[in-house]
Ligand binder design. Structure first.
Ligand SMILES: Nc1ncnc2c1ncn2[C@@H]1O[C@H](COP(=O)(O)OP(=O)(O)OP(=O)(O)O)[C@@H](O)[C@H]1O
Ligand SMILES: [Mg+2]
Length: 284
């Protein structure tokens, strides 16, 4: 089996005159849960969008991206079989991307459309096995009882968990989550991160989740990749990211990455991030 879920080499991306990514290389193994940390404008969304081919790297650059052993792009050109690869990669955005007026179940079944005949999607007549799969996916993230409600009636955190269910129904082997908790209160944030950790642990889904603040990386992600100004400035165990280390990496921007109480009350800072085994215990 191919070794890496995500394999990025020398990714360069420039928007006009603005370099957004500069020589970014990283590898994520299957089954890892990794935080992508960075202040606003550091390149997190741009990087995630390259992983499923929504962005192409600079033409003629040495950049390459492969996921699950399949090429997504190289030298600024998309692979021809990108659609097949995309079905294995789901994206969860900060802005809840559900259709507000449709029931939660219908939203989640959208994940199955790529393997069903068109008429089933149009008439919303789904095979029993697919409906059962959707029910199971909703139960896994704790929203089974909300299946018949309109998506617009769900809280932000419930909507994000619905988006995670849809990723499961899609059969995604990788979830790319772009600041999925940026609009949520701490309790809802915790539940969404917990759902990501559960599908990572129980189903082996690889998770790469971009975060503005380091505290949730500490609680849920054994490894963090930190971006600053389009470059990878740290890639290693989250527990190594002490406030001092972050200050070293980010200078004046560090305030964006630390939870409010960590700057005013240093004692509130978690002393050590969990290692992988600890994470498994915590979510049990
Ligand atoms: N479509 C675009 N056109 C022009 N510039 C862009 C575009 N997308 C991103 N950029 C620029 O690229 C850089 C990286 O942006 P990106 O959105 O990837 O950062 P981010 O880390 O996701 O930030 P945030 O935390 O605010 O979401 C920024 O300077 C941004 O202005
Ligand atoms: Mg972003």
């Amino acid at each position: 089996m191919d070794e890496f879920a995500i394999d990025v080499k020398q990714l360069d991306k420039t928007f006009g005159q603005v370099p957004a990514l500069r020589g970014v290389s990283l590898q994520v193994r299957r089954g890892e849960m990794v935080a992508l940390l960075g202040a606003s404008g550091s390149g997190k969304s741009t990087l995630l969008r390259h992983l499923n081919g929504l962005h192409c790297a600079d033409a003629g650059s040495p950049s390459s991206v492969a996921v699950l052993g399949r090429r997504v792009q190289a030298g600024g050109r998309l692979a021809r079989d990108i659609r097949a690869t995309r079905s294995k990669v789901a994206v969860v955005f900060q802005q809840f991307n559900l259709v507000a007026r449709l029931p939660v179940m219908t939203n989640i079944m959208a994940g199955a459309l790529h393997r069903l005949p068109l008429w089933r999607g149009l008439l919303r007549r789904f095979p029993a096995a697919e409906l059962a799969r959707a029910q199971e996916a909703m139960a896994r993230v704790g929203i089974a009882r909300l299946a018949a409600q309109r998506a617009s009636t769900l809280s932000g955190g419930q909507q994000q968990r619905a988006a995670i269910s849809r990723a499961l129904v899609q059969g995604a082997e990788i979830i790319l989550a772009d600041e999925p908790i940026a609009s949520l209160d701490p309790e809802a944030s915790r539940k969404v991160m917990q759902s990501l950790a559960d599908v990572n642990r129980d189903l082996g889904v690889t998770v790469l989740v971009s975060l503005h603040q380091v505290d949730f990386a500490f609680a849920f992600c054994p490894r963090t990749i930190a971006l600053h100004d389009g470059r990878v400035v740290f890639d290693g165990p989250t527990r190594a990211l002490t406030p001092d280390r972050l200050r070293e990496l980010y200078g004046a921007q560090v305030g964006e990455l630390l939870p409010a109480q960590a700057t005013t009350h240093p004692t509130a800072w978690p002393t050590a991030a969990p290692e992988y085994a600890d994470v498994a215990l915590r979510v049990a």
